[in-house]
Design a protein around this ligand. Structure first.
Ligand code: ZN
Length: 140
């Protein structure tokens, strides 16, 4: 398979999105961070960045320190406030780590998330009902 510079993503599996919201809620008031991996154009995996820190900056910095993984297409992290806007640190991360970046926020409900591109512009990410492959969670 040829490595593509830009990976097209059709959407995110509903179970993966629910997983992100659940982990974000479980982590509260700590903030959760991870990398997104897509399979056949659908985001189906979250690689969780280990460690717990109380501040968002730390969650973001941990993502920054991860080695570049060409199989990932972006990042996910949570905000413990109701704010879905990317911070300056978020924007710097987005510019370097792929083109799909999800922010989930308190209260971590169905609508408590947004997806951004590498420039921090909001982008549409469809939620797809597909078979869950039981490999959403992989410790790194
Ligand atoms: Zn943030």
């Amino acid at each position: 398979m040829k490595l593509e510079m830009k990976k097209e993503v059709k959407g995110i599996a509903r179970d993966t999105l629910n997983f992100i919201l659940a982990v974000s809620g479980d982590s509260h008031p700590y903030e959760f961070a991870g990398l997104l991996r897509a399979e056949e154009g659908v985001i189906t995996e979250v690689l969780i960045v280990p460690g717990t820190e109380s501040s968002e900056v730390s969650a973001i910095l941990r993502l920054e320190m991860m080695p570049i993984d060409p199989s990932t297409i972006g990042t996910v992290h949570s905000h413990s406030s109701k704010n879905l806007k990317p911070s300056q640190a978020d924007l710097e991360l987005f510019a370097r780590r792929g083109d799909y970046h999800i922010i989930a926020c308190y209260p971590y409900g169905e609508g408590s998330w947004r997806c951004y591109d590498s420039r921090g512009m909001q982008r549409v990410l469809r939620v797809l009902d597909i078979e869950f492959k039981n490999k959403d969670l992989e410790e790194i």
